[in-house]
Design a binder for this molecule. Structure first.
Ligand SMILES: C[S@@+](CC[C@H](N)C(=O)[O-])C[C@H]1O[C@@H](n2cnc3c(N)ncnc32)[C@H](O)[C@@H]1O
Length: 214
């Protein structure tokens, strides 16, 4: 990354690399305002507006982390939720990241290495992970997308009962979503059934984050 590229990136985003993966199709590593980020064709996946959504969600609902807690990130992508946890919230516990696109993580990891350090990465489908996992978490962050759309798994009824099963008593969940009124209505209904005490908030005009407590 040259100085000229960095300066130019404040005027216009620069594509540094492109990769097509079987799971996600075309992905781009972009330099924008001096920062590297990962984009799908229509959405920011990591380190841009996606990171901002979680920064805002956690500012509005601070997670109250304690020592030795366990976090699960479903849809690890390039790790920008991990960046928010480490740098804005000084999280010191353990992190498991679930990401079904192994090609993506292998490609981006050298660019964001410090946010992969100390993360246990599971390259599998989020639903299968929840079905098999026997060790529940203190916090679950759900960030499952296919480009601009919530991943199909978010519209499976048993996903929400599995999320609850995978949370410790008093555990907290943050779920970033985008979608039509009907889709968001479905997700809201699932959370109401499982968690009762549901809250949600809209950020950046397009994303709705649902909060649940087991
Ligand atoms: C917006 S990106 C995640 C960004 C990431 N949370 C971060 O902090 O940088 C959405 C991710 O969900 C992953 N994904 C979509 N459906 C999935 C599934 N069923 N199981 C696991 N990962 C999935 C995609 O491969 C993509 O990397």
């Amino acid at each position: 990354m040259s100085l000229l590229q960095t300066l130019w990136s404040y005027v216009y985003p620069i594509t540094l690399q492109q990769k097509t993966t079987a799971a996600n199709g075309l992905l781009e590593l972009v330099l924008y305002q001096g920062k590297k980020m990962l984009n799908s064709p229509k959405a920011n996946y990591s380190y841009g507006s996606l990171q901002r959504v979680f920064e805002l969600a956690l500012e509005n609902h601070p997670p109250q982390f304690k020592v030795n807690q366990r976090v699960l990130i479903l849809g690890f992508g390039a790790g920008s939720i991990q960046k928010v946890l480490l740098e804005a919230h000084h999280f010191t516990g353990t992190v498991t990241g679930v990401e079904y696109d192994k090609e993506l993580t292998e490609w981006v990891r050298p660019h964001f290495e410090k946010y992969f350090d100390n993360v246990t990465l599971e390259h599998c489908d989020a639903l299968s992970f929840l079905e098999k996992n026997k060790n529940p978490f203190d916090f679950i962050f759900v960030d499952l997308f296919c480009d601009l759309k919530c991943a199909p798994v978010c519209f499976e009824g048993n996903f929400y009962s599995l999320l609850k099963q995978n949370l410790l008593p008093n555990g907290c969940l943050y779920h970033n979503t985008m979608g039509s009124t009907k889709q968001l209505g479905f997700i809201k209904q699932q959370y109401q059934q499982q968690f009762g005490n549901l809250r949600s908030q809209q950020f950046l005009g397009s994303n709705t984050v649902f909060y649940g407590r087991a």
